[in-house]
Design a binder for this molecule. Structure first.
Ligand SMILES: Cc1ncc(COP(=O)(O)O)c(C=O)c1O
Length: 465
């Protein structure tokens, strides 16, 4: 059967006069932009236009779109074993080898891996492990999990309860119960107070967390969860000292420290793990997905310390089964692709490559700070963002009706590079980790042009602020 999806959908879009190339964001409701093929770090739409995949898809296509070794790894695994589960004392080589490799490369505290199919499921499993762990220890009240405003941890009922962004909470009746608490987002540019240094800010947020623990009762607080560098909330890089201070409070009150490395993990922030970039904290639980397989196939993992594992294992005879396994968790083909991805990172020294091109990435961001629309420009490793403001002095944002970030995004895309508009009038870049200096220059040239074109369009809205 010959199904011509791209062309036929394109015809539908034209018939309804959408999507206009220049109006894709404003008219998103009217029809999708159809991407037909990809090569290396570039995407091609159904009309043949090419774009740098400046967001690595959704923060995930680390090795670009043409990695033959990953395709071969999948095919080889299909030939050997398409499926068996990893329940009840059964396993297979790809899952075993992947667990071994992942835990060996993880922070010292981490020793065990549980496989799932996505980042949301990894955090869902983390929440269930936290509750199960405390029940096993007879601490039935110690169940509350503290996240941060603007944190993103997924979209399932449980992980979505941690995602502190209005679009995931307000109309979904989330958080699902009163076990989900929040503290201030560690974004100095927006939440630092006049006269406060970054160090003061970090200390104030640590105090805020400790006060919350004391007020709620340490016997009720089970865990603290955060992305070392926050992604979907706006690429928010915490102030120096913040994470070590949070870790100290967790240790003091016997609170599990959970690092969501779904975006950060695998070299993204300039170290192998985000937890290293933010001060070398030792999580009790760590969640990973996305770049674990360079997005060639869906796979994620919840990684835990030996201490957490021991409690779970000791409680197992009570039920005979650890009831969070899913049919496709650790699927052999996905695991084989993830294993090959980790081998590629190691053999090609992907971390060394990221560290060699990150200075140019940072320099190009820093240069944008002078632009009249840019209030803040920030990056670490190969993830960064600009924050659009109407007034650089007062940091006043544009009115929502101006659609400031989507306007910059649209013009940047028209100049050949995909970024991503995020809540808070932020435009992010998070390119595949294989980008060269020349690719980086091309991306930032497009963004600089996008900003200039947006400035002309947004000027009228500035008067209205
Ligand atoms: C930090 C973080 N955690 C969890 C998730 C959820 O992952 P998924 O979309 O694979 O469910 C995301 C997705 O963007 C994320 O950025």
């Amino acid at each position: 059967m010959n199904i011509q999806i791209p062309n036929s959908l394109s015809a539908i879009n034209k018939a309804t006069s959408v999507p206009q190339y220049t109006d894709m964001v404003a008219h998103a409701a009217q029809g999708p932009h159809i991407i037909s093929r990809a090569e290396g770090i570039r995407l091609y739409d159904d009309e043949g236009r090419s774009f740098i995949d400046g967001m690595a898809g959704l923060w995930c296509t680390s090795l670009g779109h043409s990695e033959q070794r990953l395709k071969d790894a999948a095919m080889k695994q299909f030939d050997e074993l398409t499926y068996t589960h990893i329940f009840a004392h059964r396993t297979h080589a790809p899952a075993t080898l992947l667990a071994e490799k992942l835990t060996k490369r993880a922070p010292e505290s981490i020793t065990r891996a549980f496989f799932v199919n996505s980042g949301s499921e990894a955090n869902d499993a983390a929440i269930q492990i936290i509750w199960y762990y405390n029940n096993a220890l007879g601490r039935r009240e110690k169940k509350k999990i503290v996240g941060r405003d603007r944190g993103y941890h997924g979209v399932t009922v449980a992980s979505g309860s941690l995602t502190a962004l209005p679009y995931k909470q307000d109309d979904f009746d989330l958080p699902v119960n009163d076990k989900f608490l929040r503290v201030t987002c560690p974004h100095f540019y927006r939440y630092g107070r006049p006269g406060e240094t970054e160090e003061d800010f970090a200390a104030r947020l640590a105090e805020e967390f400790e006060s919350l623990v004391i007020d709620e009762g340490p016997d009720t607080i089970a865990a603290f969860i955060g992305e070392p560098v926050m992604g979907a909330g706006g690429v928010l890089i915490p102030p120096r000292g913040y994470w070590p201070a949070i870790e100290k409070i967790c240790r003091k009150y016997d609170i599990l420290l959970v690092c969501d490395e779904v975006i950060n993990g695998f070299c993204r922030t300039g170290e192998f793990w985000g937890s290293e970039t933010v001060g070398g904290v030792q999580p009790d639980i760590m969640t990973v997905a996305k770049q674990l397989s360079s997005a060639y196939l869906p796979i994620g993992a919840t990684l835990v310390s030996e201490a957490v594992y021991d409690v779970i294992a000791e409680n197992s005879p009570k039920h005979g089964v650890f009831g969070i396994g899913m049919t496709y968790g650790g699927h052999p083909v996905c695991a084989a692709v993830a294993l090959e991805t980790l081998k590629i990172y190691e053999e090609r020294d992907t971390l060394g490559h990221v560290q060699s091109v990150a200075p140019l990435f940072a320099e190009r961001y820093a240069a944008l700070a002078a632009h009249p629309l840019v209030g803040d420009a920030r990056s670490t490793g190969l993830i960064g963002a600009i924050e659009i403001v109407a007034d650089k002095e007062t940091r006043e944002p544009f009115p929502a009706s101006a659609k400031a970030a989507p306007t910059v995004y649209r013009h940047t895309m028209e100049n050949g590079t995909f970024g991503r508009p995020l809540p808070g009038d932020i435009v992010a870049f998070c390119p595949p980790l294989i980008v060269t200096e020349s690719d980086i220059n091309e991306m930032f040239d497009a963004l600089a042009k996008g900003l200039d074109l947006a400035e002309a369009e947004l000027a009228a809205h500035r008067c209205a602020v």
